[in-house]
Design a protein. Structure first.
Length: 307
């Protein structure tokens, strides 16, 4: 069944768990995420980037997601991830998405407020929920000074003002995570106290981006079959659990899915070089994604919450 991010995240905050937002690019990825969610009785957010929409085709991928979501018993949201092109954002609002993100985090504070409020104004009459972002997503190294940390992290006072002036349903905050497979050079550092402070001050539901764990087992497998992913380091499971405990109710996962898919497709091609059936090549990748999603659902505490 289709739902909005606001509905899924509000239930998560009340139940003290988080909903996973899983980026997809094609049918196999969609099957893996929705199948794992249905199997474990968990809500799930299907996230599409502007690049994924361009790759798969707007009507094709939206129709596929909505059809598959309507066939599932668990609630599924269709979410635009990191929207920056206003034309695409409006197209998503009017074309079947149940949630959109406007990423104005690179803009000056006032400009970010203005563009985010504009998206909220367009989305609200359609019943589409809106996520904004404040702060700079960048992994924090051991030698980063307090002043530099403050410049990167989401400011709680600004967060409160941002939410009050824009009316966003959800807010992605910067607390030390980063996108990609190389999140930290030293030990992982997340600003847990800042999560707690922001959660106590804002009405919006809180989101953690760049939250992949970068599972070493999958990295090693990918490298064994020809990849070159060296020195990758993600967010520890213990840090994710603590972030959820302090108020995070949506956790974004993309890199972990990419690495798993890459590893098992490489393995299939390497072990059976004579194979030309795409199902025999892409199938193991799909199964690997489903395994990642099941692990994340259990980690986030959303298993059984949709039953």
């Amino acid at each position: 069944m289709l739902a909005t991010n606001k509905e899924l995240m509000a239930a998560a905050r009340k139940g003290k768990y988080a909903v996973g937002a899983f980026n997809i690019n094609n049918m196999e990825w969609l099957q893996a995420v929705t199948g794992a969610a249905e199997e474990l009785g968990s809500p799930a957010i299907i996230a599409l980037s502007e690049g994924a929409i361009k790759y798969a085709g707007f009507r094709d991928i939206v129709s596929m997601v909505r059809l598959m979501a309507e066939e599932k018993k668990v609630p599924i949201s269709l979410h635009l991830d990191h929207g920056k092109d206003m034309d695409i954002i409006v197209k998503c609002i009017e074309g079947g998405f149940t949630s959109v993100m406007i990423d104005g985090s690179a803009l000056p504070f006032e400009e970010n407020i203005a563009v985010t409020a504009k998206v909220v104004e367009k989305a609200r009459p359609k019943g589409v929920s809106v996520e904004g972002e404040l702060g700079k997503l960048a992994g924090i190294e051991d030698n980063v000074s307090v002043a530099e940390r403050d410049a990167i992290f989401t400011n709680p006072t600004q967060a409160e003002e941002f939410v009050n002036r824009t009316g966003v349903d959800a807010l992605a905050i910067a607390v030390g995570t980063s996108h990609g497979a190389y999140k930290f050079k030293g030990e992982a550092h997340l600003a847990f106290d800042r999560i707690s402070e922001i959660a106590s001050r804002v009405k919006a539901l809180l989101v953690l981006h760049g939250a992949s764990g970068v599972k070493q087992e999958n990295v090693d497998l990918a490298n064994r079959f020809g990849a070159s992913i060296k020195g990758a380091k993600g967010v520890p499971d213990t840090a994710i659990v603590e972030a959820i405990r302090r108020g995070i109710c949506k956790v974004n996962i993309d890199t972990d899915i990419r690495i798993a898919f890459n590893a098992y497709v490489r393995k299939a091609l390497s072990e059976k070089p004579e194979e030309i059936d795409p199902r025999k090549v892409l199938g193991p990748g799909r199964d690997a994604i489903a395994s990642v999603v099941r692990e994340k659902i259990k980690l986030f505490g959303s298993e059984g919450k949709a039953r």
